[in-house]
Design a protein around this ligand. Structure first.
Ligand code: WTA
Length: 657
């Protein structure tokens, strides 16, 4: 280890900015709103900068233009790794729990993480990757995925991680959009009882691709792969060679690229209500400050705690609360390769016991699915290490909240219900564990720096309470926080129209919410055409396009409906005029088409064949009616008189499955 360098970067992890009481939360919140520049300037002092910023914040939502810490120079990996080396080199940064509980656990100390990240940064360099290049990462949940992400950040390449459940076509679209030149993948990934052949999906995605020059393949499952000469190389070979370059006399070093505060850190594709998924862009400094600040405050992290976020790094939750938030705070982050129900439904509880997990952060859908197994899988498991529980990704119903509280937290662990989005970088509305009050199924209060408001469809602020004393409206934000998205890759206008144009001078979240007399927020779900299936965001238009690609399908309409485990399920109404096979077979064919075009996560749960769709005279599908039918409503379908063919509604209603 290079002592000279690390001493220079050394800062203690005492979290001076960790809020400790409700009163302190209130006063910090007030300060953050009254003088955001002073507030976020002070917070930023807790990081390592090569050069300090010239101004804390410049912004307008009209363009939008949002700049935090302009003029500052830094590298996020020096904040996530190097600065911890002097005091915490031997502390675990990542504990990796493999899919198969019999396989060896890997504990990656900060010193080892430093070495691996330097090594991989050198691999990128050896392969011609430069600052600003886009690197696509399509891997299973192995520590090498974290090395790849951080290796990109170290040389200033922009990573674009794609979740392993997306199809070749989805990858091809993302590669094209990002003009990616480099891919990091695995031969395969383990997920429960399945081996997923990732490299062969990449091979399919690369047919016709013109930008990718190199594919680096990490061996995980030893599944046979085809390696194309001149394009594909093995991770192990590249890393071995890079090791000889970065290590001299036992000292490891690879100089981190000096980045501007506003340089992009990564792209993450996410679904919206229209068109193809868009590449949400986060920049280095603001994202670092936000993920760190929210990690330390929401989860009330204490040095030495084991933080277990069960998300996949293919989603924003994994980026922010497995990698960047915890590591920038010098925490120990537990990374899990498997699924909650394999080899059995006690998997999470075994992990908690085995690693003495202190904080468990998961999705309501996982809780609901584990609830169906009852409390048997929990019996005899020692969960006493748990101090804090968290949920994210979708609204949590009260029943699941109480089950989690009683059976997992044993009524001793505060539950943080964290509301946020890919676009927000980190939590915006959440209680702070044990510090601010919790309320079942309410995300509660905004974090410092977050200024929510509810508006009606005309953009007017809602101030009136309903008969239950609640305000109801569309959730917006008045001002930027450091972790807000900066643009959508290659199409800034799309960023403006999607988030900043619905209501002038406000960021629109796409969610509806309630607000109670204490100022607590409850997120009720999306108000746009975005579905939330098991916490995964999927656009209805995307699924419709995929279904319509199937030969024989004339037209389709997708709506969400309440699903006991997934939160929402996908209901497809399909007009079909092919003659091939019976209905069951057609359904399978359509599902397979969706799996090919988007990925298995977007397969419809129900497919109803119809002869027409409820359309207005101008040809617009009245989704409101379809949504009600899918929800099982038969009576109050609202006004159908403006429909071109009102009779179709009865036919659809009678054919409901
Ligand atoms: C939903 C995931 C209710 C919401 C971090 C949001 C939630 C979308 C919660 C973003 C929560 C996330 N309560 N709803 N605690 N957290 N959501 O981009 O609809 O994958 O707009 O980010 O998930 O999903 P995304």
């Amino acid at each position: 280890m290079n002592r000279r360098l690390t001493n220079k970067l050394y800062s203690t992890m005492s979290y001076a900015y960790q809020i400790k009481s409700l009163e302190q939360y209130q006063s910090e919140y007030k300060k953050s709103v009254e003088d955001p520049e002073k507030f976020w300037g002070d917070i930023a002092e807790n990081f390592y900068w090569r050069k300090k910023w010239e101004s804390v914040l410049n912004w307008n939502f009209a363009e939008p233009k949002i700049e935090w810490y302009k003029g500052g120079k830094l590298n996020i990996t020096e904040n996530c790794i190097d600065r911890h080396l002097a005091t915490m080199a031997d502390q675990p940064a990542i504990i990796w729990e493999p899919n198969n509980p019999e396989e060896r656990v890997r504990t990656v100390t900060y010193a080892r993480l430093h070495k691996r990240v330097c090594q991989f940064a050198q691999v990128l360099k050896n392969n011609g990757v430069k600052k600003g290049d886009r690197v696509c990462i399509y891997m299973g949940m192995v520590p090498e995925l974290a090395y790849a992400v951080l290796g990109c950040a170290r040389i200033g390449a922009i990573h674009s991680v794609i979740f392993g459940g997306f199809s070749a076509q989805s990858i091809a679209d993302r590669l094209e959009d990002a003009q990616a030149t480099f891919i990091v993948t695995c031969d395969g990934a383990y997920r429960g009882g399945k081996d997923i052949p990732l490299k062969s999906v990449i091979d399919e995605a690369l047919i016709g691709n013109k930008t990718v020059k190199r594919v680096i393949v990490y061996t995980r499952t030893r599944t046979p792969v085809s390696m194309i000469k001149g394009r594909d190389v093995w991770w192990e070979d590249e890393m071995e060679y890079a090791e000889t370059q970065i290590e001299k006399d036992g000292v490891v070093s690879f100089p981190a690229e000096e980045m501007d505060a506003e340089d992009p850190l990564f792209i993450l594709y996410t679904s919206g209500s229209t068109g193809k998924p868009k590449g949400v862009v986060h920049s280095v400094a603001g994202y670092m400050v936000w993920t760190n600040y929210t990690f330390v405050n929401v989860f009330q992290y204490q040095p030495g705690d084991i933080h277990f976020c069960t998300a996949d790094i293919g989603w924003i939750t994994g980026h922010s609360y497995i990698v960047y938030g915890p590591l920038s705070a010098g925490a120990t982050s537990l990374m899990f390769e498997g699924i909650p129900t394999w080899p059995d439904a006690g998997r999470f509880w075994d992990i908690v016991e085995k690693h003495k997990v202190n904080c468990l952060y998961t999705a309501p859908t996982a809780i609901r699915s584990l609830m169906t197994f009852g409390t048997e899988p929990i019996k005899g498991k020692n969960l006493s290490s748990l101090k804090i529980l968290g949920t994210v990704g979708e609204p949590i119903n009260e029943e699941a909240w109480h089950w989690y509280d009683e059976n997992i937290g044993q009524k001793k662990c505060p539950i943080v219900d964290t509301w946020w989005q890919t676009e927000t970088g980190g939590c915006l509305i959440s209680n702070l564990a044990g510090v601010t009050p919790a309320k079942a199924s309410w995300a509660t209060l905004p974090l410092p720096g977050v200024q929510p408001l509810l508006v009606d469809e005309n953009g007017k602020e809602v101030t009136e309470k309903d008969e239950n004393g609640l305000m109801k409206g569309n959730l917006c934000m008045r001002a930027p926080w450091p972790g807000i998205l900066r643009t959508t890759y290659g199409d800034h206008e799309r960023c403006r129209t999607n988030y900043f144009a619905t209501y002038p001078n406000l960021y629109f979240t796409g969610d509806g919410a309630l607000k109670d007399e204490n100022g607590f927020y409850r997120i009720t779900g999306r108000v746009d055409d975005v579905l939330n299936i098991s916490g995964h965001r999927i656009g209805t238009a995307e699924v419709e396009n995929a279904i319509n690609m199937h030969a024989g399908v004339v037209e389709s309409a997708i709506v969400g409906y309440p699903h006991d485990i997934k939160g929402q399920g996908i209901y497809a109404f399909v007009i079909y005029n092919g003659h091939h096979g019976d209905e069951a077979l057609r359904r399978q064919d359509i599902s397979l088409t969706v799996a090919k075009i988007i990925g298995p996560i977007a397969k419809p749960d129900k497919i109803q064949f119809v002869t027409g769709l409820p359309k207005t005279r101008s040809g617009k599908i009245m989704r409101r009616i379809l949504r009600k039918i899918a929800e099982g409503e038969t009576e109050n379908l609202g006004d159908t008189s403006t429909l071109l063919d009102p009779a179709i509604v009865d036919e659809i209603k009678n054919g409901k499955i």
